[in-house]
Design a protein around this ligand. Structure first.
Ligand SMILES: [Zn+2]
Length: 478
């Protein structure tokens, strides 16, 4: 099967129909994720992105190997501009910085910047930053939205403008190049196994990007990979676990790289998958707020993506571990400045250069990001991508009236979902929540499961700021 390619689709002012091209057999259709975002991709937007990529890619590529001092100068300029912009355009930051004694222009050095107060998802949500931003900018500029609970279970909508989205797309393309160790070619497909389609299915026909559901049967994915022949596969680690059980190498289908995302996995797991699939399996560390934070290079070290976000480790303990506080350098519309997202890491402070050639600093170790897996009978667990997928289409959606949630397995046959509601008066009995309570038992194959919803006013705040999305109580292990 060959795929017809129409890289000059823009000439006819239509978007290349990547999904139609990738419908290579009768079974795959229902599993293709189509872009249903409020902001549609247009030929003009795709062409804009392609032109930006073609113009800026060499600069982006060289930044990875830049002299750290030059990079620091560039970053300081960017941080100053970001802080002043936030002060001018976002009342939340203006009030916060004013209270801390900062005036516009007060950030002169990095030391000044590091005196600014930190923020968290909770402080941004409680202050209604997103709602206000939407009200002020709707109709004035293109607002791209993504709603996420991340690993904290607290829902938030992240807003981006075109400039921010364009930067993100370019950083993601370079990301593939860094993991591949070579340049992406316009004809190379990226193939993602995920909840939602990418914003752009191609750049004016080049760099096609396809997304399929994590519910796709593994035998069908193998067949589809042999037909589409993507160069890069992006996947949840838990999907790779199922795919690896098929014992089929992927290099024979033209795959050169698998990049994992969204869940933690160990280096031992990724090495194992690399052996099974016959291609490198490397990780990315990212969040909806920051986009890419770090990538695992071919030498299996985690480099910070230093031109995409600026990372600090606040208040490190005697072993060097502390909360990761990061600042997005790409999003000026909804700024995340000194944002504590609840992860605890240790940076490599040896000053050693990595053999891959990148001069970006490295994360030495992560602590405690692992979520627990729901127990399906005494010896089995529910795949975490299935749980995350169900949440993403139900409790994360605004219609669910859920602001924050946590899934607790309290007994072998009982899952309790704790929810804090956006509007308590409307309650939790609605179609989205029912989709969740109906869908959850179907994820269990060996255990008959009951699901109860409990409304709570507040979730406890932990010192680390971190709470497990899925919690298995000792009583569930009976
Ligand atoms: Zn490296």
């Amino acid at each position: 099967m060959t795929l017809s390619s129409s890289p000059r689709a823009f000439d006819h002012a239509v978007v290349r129909d990547v999904e139609a091209e990738a419908t290579t057999n009768a079974r795959i259709g229902p599993y293709l994720r189509r872009n249903d975002r409020a902001v549609r991709e247009t030929p003009q937007a795709q062409l804009r992105l392609l032109r930006r990529w073609e113009r800026d890619r060499d600069r982006l590529r060289s930044r990875v190997r830049a002299d750290p001092e030059q990079l620091a100068d560039w970053r300081l300029e960017r941080l100053r501009a970001l802080v002043d912009s936030a002060y001018a355009t976002v009342p939340f930051y203006r009030d916060l910085y004013r209270a801390a004694g900062f005036e516009p222009g007060a950030v002169v050095t990095m030391a000044d910047f590091e005196q600014l107060p930190t923020v968290s998802k909770k402080t941004l949500v409680d202050a209604g930053v997103g709602d206000r931003l939407r009200a002020e900018h709707e109709g004035i500029r293109t607002l791209h939205t993504a709603r996420t609970s991340g690993s904290s279970g607290l829902n938030m909508t992240v807003y981006q403008d075109n400039a921010s989205v364009d930067f993100r797309v370019m950083v993601n393309l370079r990301h593939c190049e860094l993991l591949l160790g070579s340049e992406m070619r316009p004809e190379d497909w990226r193939y993602s196994i995920y909840f939602a389609a990418e914003r752009f299915s191609s750049l004016a026909g080049s760099y096609p990007f396809l997304t399929i559901s994590q519910d796709t049967p593994t035998d069908l994915v193998l067949r589809h990979l042999s037909e589409v022949r993507p160069r890069v596969v992006l996947s949840f680690p838990s999907y790779l676990q199922r795919l690896a059980a098929e014992g089929v190498a992927l290099d024979r289908f033209g795959v050169e790289l698998i990049s994992t995302n969204s869940e933690r996995s160990t280096v031992q797991e990724r090495r194992h998958y690399s052996e099974v699939f016959g291609v490198p399996v490397l990780d990315e560390y990212s969040s909806e707020e920051m986009t890419l934070i770090a990538y695992e290079c071919p030498q299996r070290r985690y480099h910070l993506v230093e031109d995409n976000s600026y990372v600090e480790v606040a208040r490190p303990d005697d072993q060097g571990f502390g909360p990761l506080v990061s600042t997005s350098l790409g999003n000026f519309l909804m700024p995340f400045i000194r944002y504590d997202q609840g992860d605890v890491v240790r940076l490599d402070t040896t000053g050693a250069r990595c053999g891959c050639g990148s001069t970006f600093r490295m994360i030495d170790a992560f602590r405690g990001r692992e979520d627990e897996a729901l127990l399906d009978g005494p010896n089995r667990t529910v795949p975490s991508d299935a749980v995350l997928g169900l949440c993403d289409s139900t409790l994360v959606v605004v219609d669910s009236n859920v602001q924050q949630y946590q899934i607790v397995q309290t007994a072998p046959d009982l899952v309790t979902v704790l929810v804090r509601l956006i509007d308590p008066a409307r309650g939790s009995d609605n179609p989205r929540v029912r989709e969740f309570t109906d869908g959850m038992p179907k994820l269990f194959r060996h255990q008959r499961m009951r699901v109860e919803v409990v409304e709570v006013d507040e979730f406890p705040t932990f010192v680390s700021g971190k709470r497990r999305l899925v919690n298995v109580e000792p009583g569930a292990r009976a």
